[in-house]
Design a protein around this ligand. Sequence first.
Ligand SMILES: CC(C)(COP(=O)(O)OP(=O)(O)OC[C@H]1O[C@@H](n2cnc3c(N)ncnc32)[C@H](O)[C@@H]1OP(=O)(O)O)[C@@H](O)C(=O)NCCC(=O)NCCS
Length: 192
Amino acid sequence: MNDTNDPSDLFPSGLHRLDMIPATQATDLLASFQCGQDVLDGWLATRAATAEKLGMARTFLLIGPDRKLDGYFCLSSATLMRDRLRRAAERQGMPGHVPAILLGRLAVAETLHGQGIGSILLAHALEQACRAAHGPAAAAMILVHPIDAAASRFYAKFDFRPLSGSEPAEGIEPAMYLPITTAAKLVMLFRQ
Ligand SMILES: CC(C)(COP(=O)(O)OP(=O)(O)OC[C@H]1O[C@@H](n2cnc3c(N)ncnc32)[C@H](O)[C@@H]1OP(=O)(O)O)[C@@H](O)C(=O)NCCC(=O)NCCS
């Protein structure tokens, strides 16, 4: 882990650390994670290491004080259609395919839900997305695909909005987005 990923200043306890996925294939750490959504647990256990190796997704692990895995998120690159952005100001000057960072998955261990860890983990994800977007390969938006209605409500608390034209269909939540500029402001708020 390098210092720039050190979340001790975002986690008041200073006891958590953010780590990259181990180079070795699925370890016990990954296989034992349970967030209450089998799809997210299964992806971490069986796909995350390969996704990392193939350059498809970068996975960040939240290691707790007892060295257990308390949460994770992953990021990759994506595009979204300019016409799906809700505000004229967001569409202004954008190409048809708007460069974005995909927050592909974010999950907290089920035993720790409701303690604010998801919010702080999201703050870290936004911070990493902002870093990526302000790096050599630019991006203007953050995109998420909420797994269910509860996940949509969670993201909506942080100003993510559904893409325009994606009405809720049975069992499928609309994708949501957040401008990088808004994400940067949210990260600043978390740091205050
Ligand atoms: C969604 C998830 C990450 C939230 O983590 P958490 O640590 O429980 O969330 P927090 O305690 O930080 O709560 C943050 C806010 O979101 C709200 N929230 C959390 N989970 C929620 C849910 N399932 N439905 C609606 N609101 C929710 C909380 O009430 C809180 O709002 P408040 O500040 O107004 O009280 C966690 O429930 C989880 O891992 N779920 C399974 C995986 C998942 O659904 N991931 C979503 C991305 S696909």
